[in-house]
Design a protein around this ligand. Structure first.
Ligand SMILES: Cc1cc2nc3c(=O)[nH]c(=O)nc-3n(C[C@H](O)[C@H](O)[C@H](O)COP(=O)(O)OP(=O)(O)OC[C@H]3O[C@@H](n4cnc5c(N)ncnc54)[C@H](O)[C@@H]3O)c2cc1C
Length: 402
């Protein structure tokens, strides 16, 4: 008997599958930025993994208007809403180069936002404007050899001396630390005042020719498990003199300032993982449709098919939570709980998806040319960087009054 499904009355499902948080303008940016990433970044992903991503690519992104997307036009930005940041992170995921994406995100979503929110007009002109043009590269210095999760336990000090602050101490694991012109630095201005004795500073560490500021040096260039395209350094500050006007935000309130910055940092990390997992998923799906074993594509084995089903749920749940908290964050609500949940969920999801992707690729998954082992190594940073899984759970537990 013929089944004529064409005669069944049903909705035509002609509506676009665009997610409801995005406008047509967001989608236009996605199209143009994605095309740029695929053309000018992706082809270099192996070369940059050997030699680091070049500074010139940030300048190029700035020329195309991708760096200042969410900053006001008066500072050279595009004046877009916060959702553009999400679109940017999504587009960067097409580079296949986690180290590039991380270095970019430090500049666009971690080091410059505090200058925009807390900076004086002079600081914005001096640092934000050239950063949006890609003329200055930024870094963010929270972590120290002796204190990472415990931000209040940092030892770097800033002592006032006339019209200057004198910085002493060291910072470690600093992304862009080998190339940045300045660092947004967390230091103790009153070592006896606990959380109220910490302040932020903008510290010039290199001029535009790369010459280091007196007293500043890179004590170690760090070798990592993944993210090789990104430079990571241990930085030393010995009597580095900073003009008084480079204090960023309120003196003694740096702990609270950086706690705010960490929300944006964790959110962009969550977005990066949702998109990153999706890229790995898509590549692996294509592989599972092509690779044959026992006379059929491996994706047709139930064991493999179910892996895809589970991964697709993980990615979709990660996306739903991340987009929901993005809406709160963009609306100016306190989204600490949701951001913390999203950071926790997405970083693990990315690790699990990358792990399954290797398994589905079999021996080829273990080989460099397919890029999944690289995604796996890069992803492993997620549950550590920007606040560990354990710290996320502590924040959530405390919020529950435990
Ligand atoms: C590649 C890379 C790039 C980075 N880039 C930057 C950067 O640009 N700028 C920057 O400032 N930092 C950066 N970091 C640092 C990163 O944010 C820290 O590594 C992270 O916050 C953890 O700090 P830690 O390494 O000192 O670990 P620790 O704080 O020493 O933690 C060690 C272990 O103890 C656990 N632990 C600690 N406290 C608790 C607790 N209260 N309850 C339960 N468990 C706990 C942790 O979860 C972890 O498992 C980077 C790190 C890496 C690896």
């Amino acid at each position: 008997m013929a089944t004529a499904t064409s005669t069944v009355i049903k909705p035509d499902h002609a509506a676009s599958r665009k997610h409801f948080i995005f406008t047509d303008e967001h989608e236009e940016l996605r199209e143009s930025m994605k095309a740029w990433v695929l053309k000018e970044c992706t082809p270099h992903r192996f070369e940059w993994e050997e030699n680091l991503w070049p500074d010139s690519i940030l300048r190029r992104a700035a020329d195309l208007g991708f760096v200042g997307l969410c900053y006001p036009e008066e500072y050279g930005g595009q004046g877009g809403d916060y959702f553009y940041s999400l679109v940017r992170a999504d587009c960067m995921s097409y580079s296949g180069c986690g180290g590039l994406n991380m270095g970019f995100a430090v500049h666009t979503d971690m080091a410059t936002p505090p200058i925009h929110l807390l900076g004086t007009e002079e600081q914005k002109q001096r640092y934000l404007v050239p950063s949006i043009k890609g003329e200055l590269i930024s870094s963010l210095g929270i972590t120290e050899p002796g204190a990472g999760s415990d931000v209040a336990g940092i030892r770097t000090t800033a002592k006032r001396d006339g019209d200057e602050w004198v910085i002493n101490g060291s910072k470690t694991f600093i992304t862009n630390g080998l190339r940045a012109n300045y660092i947004v630095l967390v230091a103790k201005t009153d070592p006896d005042a606990g959380h109220d004795g910490i302040s932020l500073f903008i510290v010039d560490i290199r001029d535009e020719d790369g010459k280091e500021t007196e007293g500043f040096s890179v004590s170690r260039k760090l070798e990592k498990m993944g993210m090789h395209a990104s430079d990571t350094g241990e930085l030393s500050f010995q009597d580095v003199r900073v003009p008084a006007e480079n204090l960023l935000g309120q003196e003694g309130k740096g702990f609270y300032h950086i706690s705010w910055e960490l929300q944006g940092e964790r959110l962009v990390a969550a977005i990066g993982c949702v998109s990153g997992a999706e890229r790995v998923f898509d590549r692996t799906l294509a592989y599972a449709k092509e690779r044959e074993a026992f006379g059929r594509p491996i994706g047709r084995f139930q064991a493999i098919r179910h892996k895809f089903a589970e991964m697709s749920v993980k990615i979709e749940v990660s996306r739903a939570l991340t987009y929901a908290c993005l809406r709160r964050f963009a609306a100016g609500e306190d989204a600490t709980r949701e951001v913390t949940q999203a950071k926790l969920l997405t970083q693990r999801a990315m690790c699990e998806v990358a792990d399954e992707a290797i398994q589905i690729h079999g021996g080829y998954g273990y080989m460099r040319e397919y890029g999944v082992e690289r995604a796996y190594r890069d992803a492993r940073l997620g549950p550590i960087g920007g606040g560990t899984d354990e710290v996320m759970k502590e924040i959530l537990g405390r919020q529950l009054g435990l």
